[in-house]
Write a protein that binds this ligand. Structure first.
Ligand SMILES: *[C@@H]1O[C@H](CO)[C@@H](O)[C@H](O)[C@H]1NC(C)=O
Ligand SMILES: *[C@@H]1O[C@H](CO)[C@@H](O)[C@H](O)[C@H]1NC(C)=O
Ligand SMILES: *[C@@H]1O[C@H](CO)[C@@H](O)[C@H](O)[C@H]1NC(C)=O
Ligand SMILES: *[C@@H]1O[C@H](CO)[C@@H](O)[C@H](O)[C@H]1NC(C)=O
Length: 232
C-alpha cells in the first residue's frame, strides 16, 4: 500500500486547491462545478492542437464507492493454510457432510459461485465501484482470478489491460486521500493521439465510515475532475 505522509497530504491539498482554481477558470463549458480535483505535479505534457478534438482536457469521475472488508479471503497473498477446502452451492456455504447439491473445492479456485469466496470465518469481499466518463468499473476481491489488493493501484475493469487504478487508505476516519488514474483505452468519445492513449489522474478526499464489523466504506465528493496528465 502507498501511504501518505503529512507532507504528502499537505502537498496534495495544495494541488487540490490549485486544480480547483484551474478547473473553475476552465469550466465555462461544463454545467457541474467539480467539488475537488487535482493536477499532477508532472502534468506539463500538453495535448497537441491536432488532437484536441479527440482528447478532452479532463474527464469526470461521477461515481466512487469502495468497501474495504476487515478480513476477506485473500487469493493474491493467500491468508489460509495450504489445502483448505470450501463447500458451497450457488447460494451459500455448505457443511462438508451436506452432499445434496453442494460441491467442495480448494479455496480460490477460478470462476466459482460467490459463496465459494467467502468460506466460514471470512468476511465479505472488498469491492470498488468507480464511474468515469459514463463507464462504471466494478471489481471485487477475491473473485478467483486477476485478484488485486484494492487500494494499491491497478485493478481489472473487464480486461487485464491497465485501464484503471486506485490508490487509497481507509484506515483513518479523516484526512484520507484517494488517487485514481484512468488510461482511456476503451473510453467511448476519447480518441488516441498519434497512437498514444491519453491518461487522466486526480486526487481527492476520501470519506470513510466503519460498520459494526470494522469494515470501511469510503466515498468521494463526486463529481471529481480528472485532468489529462500525459500518455499511458
Ligand atoms: C456501482 O455504482 C453505480 C452508480 O454509481 C450503481 O448504479 C451500481 O449499482 C453500483 N454497483 C455496485 C455493484 O455497487
Ligand atoms: C444450498 O445449501 C443450503 C444448505 O445446505 C440449502 O438450504 C439450500 O437449499 C441450497 N441451495 C441450493 C440452490 O441448492
Ligand atoms: C463487516 O465485517 C463483519 C466481520 O467480518 C461481517 O460479519 C459483516 O457482515 C461485515 N459487514 C458488511 C456490511 O458486510
Ligand atoms: C483495508 O482494511 C484492512 C482491515 O481494516 C486494513 O488492514 C487495510 O490496511 C486496508 N487497506 C487499505 C488499502 O487501506
Amino acid at each position: 500500500m502507498k501511504s501518505f505522509t503529512a507532507l504528502d497530504a499537505s502537498l496534495v491539498l495544495v494541488l487540490v486547491a490549485a486544480g480547483r482554481s484551474l478547473a473553475q477558470s476552465a469550466s465555462s463549458s461544463t454545467t457541474t462545478e467539480p467539488t475537488a480535483t487535482s493536477t499532477s505535479a508532472t502534468s506539463t505534457v500538453s495535448i497537441p492542437a491536432s488532437c484536441t478534438a479527440a482528447v478532452p482536457a479532463s474527464l469526470q469521475m461521477t461515481g466512487f464507492e469502495w468497501f474495504n472488508s476487515t478480513h476477506n479471503l485473500d487469493c493474491s497473498n493467500p491468508n489460509y493454510p495450504a489445502g483448505s477446502i470450501v463447500c458451497w452451492n450457488t447460494t451459500t456455504v455448505c457443511s462438508p457432510d451436506d452432499t445434496t447439491g453442494c460441491a467442495c473445492t480448494p479455496y480460490c479456485y477460478t470462476g466459482l459461485a460467490a459463496p465459494a469466496y467467502q468460506p466460514l470465518g471470512y468476511g465479505p469481499p472488498d469491492t470498488i465501484n468507480i464511474t468515469i466518463d459514463g463507464e462504471t468499473c466494478y471489481k471485487q476481491d477475491p473473485v478467483g482470478f486477476r485478484d488485486y489488493e484494492i487500494g494499491e493501484g491497478h485493478f481489472d475493469c473487464g480486461s487485464a489491460a491497465d485501464q484503471i487504478g486506485f490508490y487509497g487508505d481507509s484506515n483513518s476516519d479523516t484526512g484520507n486521500i484517494g488517487t485514481v488514474y484512468w488510461n482511456a483505452i476503451y473510453s467511448l468519445g476519447v480518441g488516441t493521439c498519434n497512437g498514444q492513449v491519453p491518461r487522466y489522474e486526480g486526487s481527492f478526499p476520501l470519506d470513510c465510515t466503519r460498520d459494526a464489523g470494522g469494515n470501511a466504506t469510503c466515498t468521494a465528493p463526486v463529481p471529481i475532475t480528472l485532468p489529462f496528465v500525459g500518455w499511458e
